[in-house]
Design a protein around this ligand. Structure first.
Ligand SMILES: Cc1cc2nc3c(=O)[nH]c(=O)nc-3n(C[C@H](O)[C@H](O)[C@H](O)COP(=O)(O)O)c2cc1C
Length: 188
């Protein structure tokens, strides 16, 4: 069983990467193999609406999305991480999402279990999670709860909101990783 983490923050070593890494560690402990894709330093363009994928089921734009297609197709579960930027996921996350337009033809993501992992300073977590669930469902993926962590500077999610009531973002991220594996085991 393979679980892929995707980190859509341009900031390396930031809060989203920290939580996605925790989720993947928990997924490994629950028996999965894991892989991670960091968008920072990668070049992924938006969909250019050329519509050639209507015929082929594949995207012809040659950029860093091509290896990510392979990783997503090989995964059974996806942990999709993004910071909240202006009340939504990042532009980098949107580019990835739009580039899965080609998947609507053959639906290779159908039946994969997907968890959103979001980080933010203060405002916009709920609506961003709903936006991600919309993408998961459009692709036939099976959504699980995921995790939300609060903080602004790198590492804030380790101590941010919730830490003082015994349920930190780190613990929530670990549950997200476990939930993906447990759902995959139930479906097997
Ligand atoms: C361009 C930009 C827009 C942001 N917009 C929001 C926002 O709408 N709501 C919020 O709570 N935090 C917002 N933030 C704060 C980030 O979500 C927060 O710092 C997050 O932890 C960054 O994750 P990272 O460390 O993985 O990059 C914004 C930050 C940036 C750089």
């Amino acid at each position: 069983m393979k679980v892929l983490g995707i980190v859509c923050s341009p900031r390396k070593g930031g809060n989203t990467e920290i939580l996605v890494e925790e989720a993947l560690a928990a997924a490994r402990e629950a028996g999965a193999e894991t892989d991670i894709f960091l968008i920072a330093d990668k070049n992924i363009n938006g969909c250019d609406a050329c519509a050639s994928c209507f015929e082929t089921g594949a995207c012809k734009i040659e950029d860093d999305m091509q290896p990510l297609y392979q990783k997503m197709e090989a995964a059974d579960g996806i942990i999709f991480g993004s910071p909240v930027y202006f009340h939504n996921y990042t532009a980098q996350a949107k580019a990835i999402i739009d580039r899965t337009f080609c998947y609507l033809r053959n639906r290779p993501l159908k039946g994969k279990v997907a968890a959103p992992v979001l980080t933010l300073r203060k405002v916009g977590a709920g609506q961003t999670r709903v936006q991600l669930y919309g993408w998961f469902l459009s692709q036939g993926m099976i959504p699980v709860r995921g995790a939300i962590g609060y903080g602004r500077e790198k590492g804030d999610v380790r101590t941010g909101e919730g830490a003082n009531i015994g349920f930190t973002a780190i613990e929530e991220a670990r549950s997200a990783g476990k939930d993906v594996v447990e759902m995959l085991k139930k479906l097997a």
